[in-house]
Write a protein that binds this ligand. Structure first.
Ligand SMILES: Cc1cc2nc3c(=O)[nH]c(=O)nc-3n(C[C@H](O)[C@H](O)[C@H](O)COP(=O)(O)OP(=O)(O)OC[C@H]3O[C@@H](n4cnc5c(N)ncnc54)[C@H](O)[C@@H]3O)c2cc1C
Ligand code: SF4
Length: 327
């Protein structure tokens, strides 16, 4: 790990101007991903701007929209009364992530910005287009059991690792971003990117911009919902496949549906066509099976991750059945 400077401030404006002045700086929140990356030499910022003292931990319900500050911890959000009652899908996804200790440190903004867990990205002796653009992708033809089956490119087949983000994609959250010229908003589903020809870019946040809060509209998805995470161990493991599923059912008829997948693409993989198919259908396993088949259009395995081609539709059916059967 190389030497670096450390600064901290309690003002968003100062944090932004400090970042603008120094091209080799990085914001640090909980540090649970950033410090790992620094220790392994994947990144080497010369200045860390500690944002933990910024006033960005708020929870406010304003005009039927929940505002959550970017520095609220994953643990605090999961335990908040409003989240428990109105956004239980987000709570389930948060609880499925990492460990209790990590969730106490991990922040909402940091969770969104966490880097992929592709082993080659962390191994600085190996080619990796995300770490070192143009060097090649070691996972294609290499060890790719955890990797993507949707939206891949010849440059990168990594997956986005977050659980929380899969639920936020399903819930149509909005990201509020601050820059030196003011604030802008981005739909959560437009925040993360596919790898394309620029796998080094995980998302559409510009250099020196700061995530300041998330806005989640209240919704009817707090009765029949489920977050299913399939992983190698029951805790402390990233998703092989995960499904955020929520449906609104009246007399066994589905009037609205939300579905997003994790562990299968470079960004949370929202299934809008499948949601459209489910609307107006009976909530039956037979219809969930058709939905799962539809979800798999365009999926492609890379050898070791071929099992995801079967695991994913089975997980979708299971998540929908679990959502349906919630009391
Ligand atoms: C052993 C282990 C297991 C894990 N398992 C899971 C899991 O199962 N599921 C899961 O979802 N996650 C898992 N995680 C990841 C964990 O959730 C993330 O490390 C955490 O959410 C990152 O948040 P942080 O506040 O610590 O971010 P930091 O490490 O402080 O920062 C991460 C990145 O975000 C940037 N950043 C932070 N805040 C902002 C902001 N407000 N605006 C702009 N940029 C910002 C930083 O500059 C940095 O680039 C695991 C982590 C570990 C170490
Ligand atoms: S999948 Fe992406 S992150 Fe992994 S080695 Fe290939 S380019 Fe790097």
């Amino acid at each position: 790990m190389i030497n670096f400077q450390y600064v901290r401030t309690s003002m968003v404006k100062t944090a932004l101007s400090l970042a603008e002045k120094d091209a080799h700086s990085a914001f640090i929140a909980g540090g649970t991903n950033l410090v790992d990356l620094m220790k392994r030499g994947v990144i080497a910022p010369e200045k860390l701007i500690d944002i933990n003292y910024l006033p960005l931990k708020q929870f406010k319900l304003i005009n039927n929209t929940l505002h959550i500050g970017a520095l609220a911890t994953n643990a605090d959000v999961a335990e908040h009364e409003i989240v428990k009652e109105r956004f239980p899908l987000l709570r389930l996804a948060l609880q499925a992530g990492a460990s209790a200790q990590l969730r106490n440190m991990a922040t909402m903004g940091g969770n969104m910005m966490q880097r992929t867990r592709c082993g080659y990205f962390y191994d600085t002796t190996m080619p990796c287009n995300k770490r070192n653009p143009g060097s090649g992708c070691s996972a294609i033809g290499g060890y790719n059991r955890m990797h993507a089956i949707f939206g891949t490119s010849e440059n990168c087949i990594a997956v986005h690792p977050s659980d929380m983000c899969i639920s936020l994609a399903a819930l149509d959250a909005v990201v509020v971003i601050a820059g030196t010229k003011g604030e802008r908003k981005l739909n959560f589903n437009d925040f993360h990117r596919l790898p394309g020809t620029t796998p080094e870019k995980d998302n559409n946040l510009k250099k020196n911009e700061l995530i300041v809060r998330l806005e989640i509209p209240t919704n009817p998805f707090n009765k029949n919902y489920h977050y299913l995470k399939v992983r190698d161990r029951s805790s402390y493991a990233f998703a092989l496949v995960s499904v955020a599923a929520a449906i609104v059912i009246n007399n066994n008829l589905i009037s609205d549906a939300r579905l997003a997948l994790g562990g299968v693409a470079h960004r949370p993989w929202r299934l809008r066509a499948v949601e459209a198919f489910l609307k107006g259908k009976q909530a039956t396993t037979a219809n969930f099976e058709i939905a799962a088949k539809l979800a798999m259009e365009g999926a492609k395995g890379f050898g070791e991750n071929d099992f995801k081609l079967k695991l994913t539709p089975n997980s979708i059916i299971e998540a929908l059945n679990q959502a349906k059967s919630k009391a």
